[in-house]
Design a protein around this ligand. Structure first.
Ligand SMILES: *[C@@H]1O[C@H](CO)[C@@H](O)[C@H](O)[C@H]1NC(C)=O
Ligand SMILES: *[C@@H]1O[C@H](CO)[C@@H](O)[C@H](O)[C@H]1NC(C)=O
Ligand SMILES: *[C@@H]1O[C@H](CO)[C@@H](O)[C@H](O)[C@H]1NC(C)=O
Ligand SMILES: *[C@@H]1O[C@H](CO)[C@@H](O)[C@H](O)[C@H]1NC(C)=O
Ligand SMILES: *[C@@H]1O[C@H](CO)[C@@H](O)[C@H](O)[C@H]1NC(C)=O
Length: 506
């Protein structure tokens, strides 16, 4: 076994870790308790949820290297390439790259630069049925913040979180860029590119793709965080007001993505050549102006095999039927993750839990999506916003949507209790966070279960802290919502987690 420790050259900051090793004698099982297994069949394959195996947190008042409060990190996570490996004592080491959205914006959007953080972890899966104390549970996923990378756009300008009230015309930017930019969302005040980052895909060459809510666009950044190029979705998804592109998140457009319902999900296939972006809920023309009609959203595929030769083209588009709550309101999608050809995990949820509208959450799940029999609407009349796929939320009869199956619930009371957590009141530190928005996979290296993976998810705490710092200024959001992390163990037949691990025992 070769263990390769990848240590960032930038790890100069004094590392602070959260969580301590599980006390001896706490854990007896080396495999999940079989009584927890829940099977789901999809397209002839059996997927298994084997339960929650680890939990960790970074406190809501933790300060990152720029001096700002670390928050919002669950908007997107990815495992740093080559970082995941198994230790001789059975634990696993790895590094998350986490990407927050647009800073503390409870009182309005702010001039906050886009960024990503490296966070190391030691995962010691807990498989027993007995309930751990909350403090002991934190030992199952020990977290160490390492460093932060800031994002810049054209002319080395900082990206901003400010609402995109203005538009920078297409190709008016630096002509020396390889691929000219389309019209870009910019702030009215400083004219910097507005970014509300939501999805993250790391490429083998160190560059990375970030999806956002304003465009909704997908940006390619260099390993130093500099903008390289911009992908635009089909016209049906672009926000138009009075016939003009208008990227504001404050109001809904006439057609295109609804305000704050952009590309929440971003993932890549196992060959690293097809990028998939998932819109959070339906476009306005497809019923997106109301939660009771917004379930038919779109998954768009781009061919990214030659990103610098020409702008990656759209190569496919499918309709995803999102789940609905008891009142018939859409449970919008916060993330998508590639599993195998035509199969994805989709994270759909309500906004309840710690920091949310209500303490009691009714739905937070990583579900399965199969698009193998779904209609590819790319290149059809539905690219034009005047042809809705689902007028007032009724799906056009010519379209077969993807198949959506319920899979891993994040709010199962038995599983939460094993880690000292709960759903519903009281609203304390052990209440599960409201906004889980990210998914990542890593292999379990278990020769008996070669299709078993760890499924990581991290919450977006919206920077809610009573001791916060934003742009150098202290703030008190009236509540402390920690950055929570969970790890499930799942069987995903035929899945791969390309590039994340340094070694494989099978
Ligand atoms: C965060 O809050 C805890 C509990 O109040 C306190 O002990 C700790 O010093 C605080 N950390 C920072 C960085 O403010
Ligand atoms: C297992 O080994 C890793 C790497 O050496 C270490 O970080 C972790 O604390 C160890 N776990 C226990 C329970 O001792
Ligand atoms: C976009 O719409 C908002 C709200 O209606 C408006 O204030 C803003 O000026 C518009 N921006 C452009 C570029 O038209
Ligand atoms: C393009 O590159 C040339 C040569 O490197 C430089 O002189 C010029 O200022 C650049 N143009 C812009 C618009 O940045
Ligand atoms: C959540 O629970 C707390 C008690 O811990 C209560 O004070 C609060 O009102 C509850 N919130 C809602 C929205 O019901």
């Amino acid at each position: 076994m070769v263990l390769l420790w990848v240590i960032s050259a930038l790890s100069l900051q004094v590392a602070v870790s959260f969580g301590h090793p599980l006390p001896a004698g706490c854990s007896s099982r080396t495999e999940p308790d079989p009584s927890f297994a829940v099977d789901v069949k999809l397209a002839g394959k059996t997927y298994v949820n084997k339960g929650l195996v680890a939990f960790g947190l970074i406190p809501s008042n933790f300060t990152e290297s720029t001096g700002d409060t670390l928050g919002g990190i669950g908007s997107a996570i990815a495992l740093k390439r080559g970082s995941f490996s198994q230790n001789s004592n059975g634990s696993f080491d790895g590094t998350f790259i986490t990407q927050p959205d647009r800073g503390f914006n409870v009182d309005g959007t702010i001039d906050w630069q886009g960024r990503q953080h490296q966070i190391d972890f030691v995962l010691t899966p807990y498989y027993d049925a007995d309930n751990l104390d909350f403090d002991d549970a934190l030992g199952t996923l020990k977290l160490t913040y390492r460093n932060t990378l800031l994002y810049t756009e054209r002319n080395a300008q900082k990206t901003t979180g400010l609402d995109a009230l203005a538009v920078r015309p297409a190709e008016a930017s630096n002509n020396n860029v390889t691929i000219p930019d389309p019209a870009l969302p910019i702030a009215e005040t400083n004219e910097h590119m507005s970014l509300d980052a939501e999805g993250l895909v790391l490429n083998a060459d160190g560059t990375f793709w970030t999806s956002d809510e304003y465009g909704p666009y997908i940006y390619l950044f260099s390993s130093e965080g500099d903008l390289i190029e911009t992908l635009q979705p089909p016209e049906a998804i672009l926000p138009f007001i009075d016939g003009k592109l208008n990227f504001t998140s404050d109001t809904d457009p006439d057609t295109g993505r609804a305000g704050n319902q952009g590309f929440e999900g971003l993932t890549v296939d196992s060959t690293g050549t097809t990028l998939y972006a998932l819109l959070q809920s339906a476009t306005i023309q497809d019923g997106g102006s109301d939660k009771s009609t917004s379930r038919y959203t779109r998954l768009v595929a781009f061919d990214i095999s030659q990103p610098l030769v020409s702008r990656p083209p759209v190569v496919g588009e499918w309709v995803v039927p999102l789940p609905q709550n008891k009142k018939g309101n859409t449970l919008a999608a916060s993330e998508v993750h590639f599993v195998s050809d035509n199969v994805f995990l989709v994270l759909s949820r309500d906004g309840d839990g710690h920091g949310g509208d209500d303490n009691n959450s009714a739905y937070k799940q990583a579900d399965l999506l199969d698009i193998s029999s779904a209609t590819d609407i790319h290149g059809s009349k539905f690219d034009d916003p005047s042809n809705p796929i689902a007028k007032k939320g009724k799906l056009d009869k010519s379209i077969t949507p993807g198949t959506y199956e319920s899979f891993v619930s994040f709010i199962d009371d038995t599983q939460l209790a094993r880690f000292g957590l709960h759903n519903g009141k009281p609203a304390d530190q052990t209440l599960i966070d409201a906004k889980w928005e990210s998914l990542a996979l890593a292999p379990c290296f278990d020769p008996d279960f070669p299709d078993d993976f760890f499924l990581f998810t991290v919450a977006d705490n919206d920077f809610i802290s009573t001791q916060g710092i934003s742009l150098g200024q202290p703030f008190d959001a009236g509540l402390d919502v920690d950055n929570q992390f969970m790890v499930f163990r799942v069987t995903l037949p035929g899945a791969s987690a390309t590039g994340v691990s340094t070694e494989s025992t099978h």
